[in-house]
Each structure stands twice: as structure tokens, then as C-alpha cells.
Write a protein that binds this ligand. Structure first.
Ligand code: ATP
Ligand code: ZN
Length: 286
């Protein structure tokens, strides 16, 4: 029987939807959702294991799963021997130090001699060591944000995305110690057959990611501005230019990077571009 690649995914929680959506966008059909521990894909040689996120690095290290989708925060905290292969673009958050909003602590040096509550003792202690701060770490597994109010700690080190949990608990961030997103981790000793499946999965993941970072642009340009407009929109090879029925005008089609988007659009308008349409791209193969 030919091999399947075993993928560990969070069973439920913040990474579940992003992980399943990515597999779907890669054309991989997984039926039955997360009601089962493991599900075989119907059209690609992978099997998905649904697990607690904290256990994923260990299972991948120990070959229970071949690869996993998990937050960088968990990978660095658990210190398992796995290969970090590819950032996945979802589950973005940061691990930050926060202190009571109206208290006396203002900067990280004020943490000397203080107590910090966290679920990330390893990442925090290596940060404190590097920063030369001598503080006591109180490891707690959940609801870290209430620790200062109940007198358990002077500060906290916890995951933040919007900051609303900190806000409701009258805490403010004073330092980000790690920026995190979901990554694909892999066992270091995959068989050649599994490596081939992983390469094919990675090709799909990269095409999906690239498409998300780019948009398709269509616009009408006066012919005397075509040179400059084409320079603003180099696209994948070069833009497509087609004549409009109205003489003196052309239609320009290209691809634009999300990060340059607003900047370039302004320049296009300043150079006489009209009727600019921006269209999402589903997959992008370069
Ligand atoms: P499990 O039951 O699987 O152990 P959990 O409660 O530990 O779940 P979640 O709260 O679902 O985990 O978070 C999973 C991951 O989502 C985190 O490890 C982190 O990488 C990411 N994440 C993104 N934003 C946030 C946030 N604001 N707070 C916590 N985690 C976040
Ligand atoms: Zn967890």
C-alpha cells in the first residue's frame, strides 16, 4: 500500500478553522470535520489527526504525525526537535509582557524582583535572561490575565491579538517578546515517499499564499501614459495591454502585491488610469 502523510491539526480552537480552510484551498477534501480523531482525505494521500495544539510538536517529533500546523509560540515553548518548514499566514498573535495600566511598573527593567505569570515559562525565561532581568516566573495554564488582580503576580506574559482581553483587565502591553503565526512543522526523518507528498502539498500551500498576497488589476489607460502605467504594474512577466474600442485608450491587466497596493493605485490614478478593478486571485502558479 502506498504511504499517506499524517497531518496533525488542532482539534478545536483558534487554529482549527484556518487549518481546515488551508487544506480546502489546497484542493484536499476532508469529510466529517473534527468529530473523529483521524480522517483520510478522499483525493490526496494525506490523513488528518485532530489533536490539542500543545501536543502537536511532540507527536511530530515522535513520528505519530509526519507534519503539523501549529503556532510558533507552541513550537518554541515546547522545544521539541522538529523542522519549521513554512509560515502559514493565519493564527497571527504576539506574546507580550503586560502590566496593570495605572500601576508603578512602566518598562521591562521595572520587572526586576517582580513576579510574572505566564503559560510560556521557557520563552519568557530566555527573554528575561537575554534582557538581564531578574524576575520570578509563575507558571499558570489559563486565565493569565487575572493574575495581577488576584495578587498572584505583578505582571503577565501572554498571547495577544486584538488587545481586548488586556483592555478589559486594565492591563497594558509594555513589550512584545515574540511575534507568532501558524507554521507547518515536520518530522526530521520523513521517508522519501512522504517527502514527495510533502513537496506536493507545499507547492499547493505556496500557490494559495501567493494568491492571497496578490490581486488582479484591470484598468483603462490613455495610450500616451501606457509606458509609465506598465512600469507601475510589472506583474508576473509583463502586463497585458489590449486596445479599447474607443481610440486612444487601452485596457491594462496585471497582478499587484497587496503590500504595494494603495501606493500604486494612487500613482495609477495620478497618471490618468480610469475604471480600476481589483479582483482576488484564487491560486497563483509562477
Ligand atoms: P487546545 O485545546 O488545543 O490546547 P488552546 O486553548 O491552547 O487549545 P487556542 O486558544 O485555541 O489554544 O489557541 C491556539 C493558538 O492560536 C495559540 O497557540 C496561538 O498560536 C494562536 N492565537 C492567535 N491569536 C491568539 C490569541 N489572541 N490568544 C491566544 N492564542 C492565539
Ligand atoms: Zn493548547
Amino acid at each position: 500500500m502506498s504511504e499517506t502523510l499524517k497531518i496533525a491539526v488542532q482539534k478545536s480552537g483558534r487554529l482549527y478553522e484556518g487549518s481546515m480552510k488551508l487544506l480546502k484551498e489546497c484542493g484536499i477534501e476532508i469529510s466529517n470535520g473534527n468529530n473523529q480523531l483521524r480522517v483520510l482525505a478522499s483525493n490526496f494521500p494525506v490523513e488528518v489527526f485532530f489533536l490539542r495544539d500543545d501536543d502537536i510538536p511532540e507527536y511530530v517529533q515522535d513520528s505519530v504525525a509526519d507534519i503539523g500546523f501549529v503556532g510558533e509560540n507552541v513550537v518554541y515553548e515546547t522545544k521539541k526537535q522538529v523542522d519549521c518548514i513554512e509560515k502559514l499566514g493565519f493564527g497571527k498573535c504576539r506574546l507580550s509582557v503586560a502590566v496593570p495600566k495605572n500601576g508603578t511598573l512602566k518598562t521591562t527593567t521595572d520587572l526586576n524582583g517582580r513576579r510574572i505569570a505566564t503559560s510560556y515559562p521557557n520563552i519568557l525565561s530566555s527573554y528575561l535572561e537575554k534582557a538581564g532581568i531578574n524576575a520570578t516566573i509563575h507558571e499558570i495554564s489559563g486565565s493569565v490575565e487575572i493574575a495581577p488582580r488576584i495578587g498572584l503576580a505583578d505582571a503577565i506574559c501572554d498571547l495577544v491579538s486584538s488587545g481586548s482581553t488586556l483592555f478589559t483587565n486594565e492591563l497594558k502591553e509594555i513589550e512584545t517578546i515574540l511575534s507568532s503565526e501558524s507554521i507547518l512543522i515536520s518530522n526530521s526523518n520523513l521517508s522519501d515517499e512522504k517527502k514527495i507528498i510533502l513537496e506536493s502539498l507545499l507547492f499547493r500551500i505556496r500557490s494559495v499564499k501567493k494568491a492571497k498576497n496578490n490581486k488582479y488589476v484591470l484598468l483603462n489607460a490613455p495610450n500616451n501614459k501606457l509606458d509609465i502605467i506598465c512600469k507601475l504594474l510589472p506583474g508576473m512577466k509583463s502586463p497585458t495591454v489590449l486596445p479599447l474600442a474607443e481610440s486612444g485608450w487601452s485596457s491594462v491587466h496585471s497582478v499587484i502585491n497587496e503590500s504595494d497596493f494603495w501606493n500604486v493605485i494612487e500613482k495609477l490614478k495620478a497618471n490618468g488610469a480610469q475604471g480600476i478593478l481589483i479582483i482576488p486571485i484564487e491560486k497563483m502558479i509562477v
